[in-house]
Ligand binder design. Structure first.
Ligand SMILES: Nc1nc2c(c(=O)[nH]1)N[C@H]1C(S)=C(S)[C@@H](COP(=O)(O)O)O[C@H]1N2
Ligand SMILES: [Mo]
Length: 335
C-alpha cells in the first residue's frame, strides 16, 4: 500500500532528494495499482500548474541529478495534494483532532478515550428493504471489495476542514450485493452504542445510537465511500474504526463512524443531529457557503494545520459530480 509521508508534505517543487524521489515513484506505482486513485485523479479537472512534476530535473533547485536513474515522467500525480492542489492534512492532525461524541465532545481527548475501543471482531448487519439481507464480517468486507484510495476534503459543520487520504470502497458495491427492493428510498446507518466502552453515551441529551441517513441515489453515488482506513493504514478508533461512511460533499457529521447496521428504508431517516437541533441540522446537510448555520457563517473555513481562513466551496468542491442529484430543489429549504 502507498507509503505516505505523514507530516505536512513539502510542495513538489521543494523535493530534491533521491530517496524522496524514489519513494514518490513507489507512490505512483501503488496508486496506479490500486486504480481508484489514478482513475479519480485522471477524470477530474485540474487547475493550471497543479500537476505534480515527477522528474528530478524539474526540481526547483536545478541541482545535478548525478547518476540518478532516468525514469520517464508519468502523468499520474503522487498523492501529495487533492485534485485542487490542497495539501493533505498531517496524519497527526487527522488522528488527534476528532469529533466522536460517543467518547467525548472534547476533540483533543477522543483519541485517548477511544484507544482501547474493541474493533475486532466486528460485524455489519445489512437489511431492511433488500432481497439479500446479510451480516458481514469486517474482514470479509475488506477482502470482498477492492480497497481504493480516495483523497477527499472533509468539511465539518463547525467550519474547520481537513484533506484526508481514505482507503475504502464505494457503498454502491455493498448495496448492489444486497439488492434494494423498489420500495427502498433511503439508507439508514447506525453506530455501535456500547456504554461499557463509550463514556460519552452517558450524556442523556443526545438520542443515541448515532444515526445518519442518505437518499438512495446519494448512497449509490460513486463518491460515497465506506472507509476502512486512511493514510494506507486501518482506521484508528478515533476516526471510526473499523468501518465508517465518508460523504465528501456533505458536512462531516453525515460521515457516521463505527457502523454496525445499515438498513434500506422507505421513509427519510431521522438522524441524531436532526433530533438534537432541527433548526440547525437538516437531513441533506450539503456543504453550502450560501446557507449559514443559525449560529455562524458557513462562507469560510479553517483548514487544520494552516492559519487563517479559506472560502468554503459549494458541495465542498464536488459540485460537478453531485449537483444533478439536487436539480430543482431549493437548497435553502432543504438544508
Ligand atoms: N458515530 C459518530 N460519527 C461521527 C461523529 C460522532 O460524533 N459520532 N462525528 C461526526 C463529525 S461532526 C465529523 S466532523 C466527523 C469527523 O471525522 P474525523 O474525526 O475522522 O475527522 O465524524 C462524524 N461522524
Ligand atoms: Mo463535524
Amino acid at each position: 500500500m502507498t507509503k505516505y509521508n505523514r507530516s505536512k508534505e513539502p510542495a513538489s517543487s521543494e523535493i530534491t532528494s533521491k530517496s524522496d524521489y524514489i519513494s514518490r515513484r513507489q507512490f505512483v506505482k501503488a496508486a496506479a495499482a490500486v486504480g481508484g486513485l489514478a482513475l479519480l485523479w485522471a477524470g477530474r479537472p485540474k487547475p493550471p500548474g497543479s500537476e505534480v512534476a515527477l522528474t528530478e530535473s524539474s526540481s526547483a533547485t536545478g541541482a545535478s541529478t548525478g547518476d540518478a536513474p532516468q525514469i520517464p515522467a508519468t502523468s499520474v500525480p503522487t498523492p501529495v495534494t487533492d485534485e485542487l492542489g490542497m495539501a493533505l492534512t498531517s496524519y497527526k492532525d487527522v488522528t488527534s483532532y476528532n469529533n466522536y461524541y460517543e467518547f467525548t465532545t472534547d476533540k483533543t481527548e477522543v483519541a485517548r478515550l477511544a484507544s482501547d475501543f474493541q474493533t475486532s471482531p466486528w460485524q455489519v448487519e445489512v437489511g431492511g428493504l433488500v432481497r439479500n439481507p446479510g451480516t458481514y464480517d469486517i474482514d470479509d468486507l475488506r477482502t470482498k471489495f477492492d480497497q481504493e484510495e480516495r483523497i477527499y476534503r472533509l468539511r465539518c459543520v463547525e467550519a474547520w476542514s481537513m484533506v484526508i487520504p481514505w482507503l475504502g470502497f464505494p457503498l454502491r458495491k455493498l448495496l448492489a450485493e444486497v439488492e434494494p427492493t423498489d420500495k427502498a428510498k433511503y439508507v439508514r446507518f447506525e453506530t455501535l452504542a456500547d456504554r461499557s466502552q463509550m463514556p460519552g453515551l452517558s450524556a442523556p441529551w443526545y438520542n443515541w445510537p448515532y444515526v445518519e441517513g442518505l437518499r438512495l441515489d446519494e448512497a449509490m453515488h460513486d463518491l460515497t465511500l465506506l472507509s476502512t482506513g486512511l493514510y494506507g493504514d486501518p482506521l484508528t478508533p478515533q476516526n471510526g474504526a473499523p468501518i465508517r461512511l465518508v460523504v465528501p460533499w456533505k458536512y462531516g457529521f453525515k460521515s457516521i463512524k463505527s457502523i454496525v447496521k445499515i438498513d434500506l428504508v422507505e421513509e427519510m431517516p431521522v438522524s441524531l443531529w436532526m433530533t438534537a437541533g432541527p433548526n440547525e441540522y437538516g437531513f441533506y446537510s450539503n456543504v453550502n457557503p450560501e446557507v449559514d448555520h443559525p449560529r455562524w457563517s458557513q462562507a469560510t473555513e479553517r483548514r487544520i494545520g494552516s492559519s487563517g481562513r479559506i472560502p468554503t466551496i459549494k458541495f465542498n468542491g464536488y459540485e460537478a459530480e453531485v449537483a444533478h442529484l439536487y436539480a430543482g430543489m431549493d437548497l435553502t429549504e432543504n438544508f
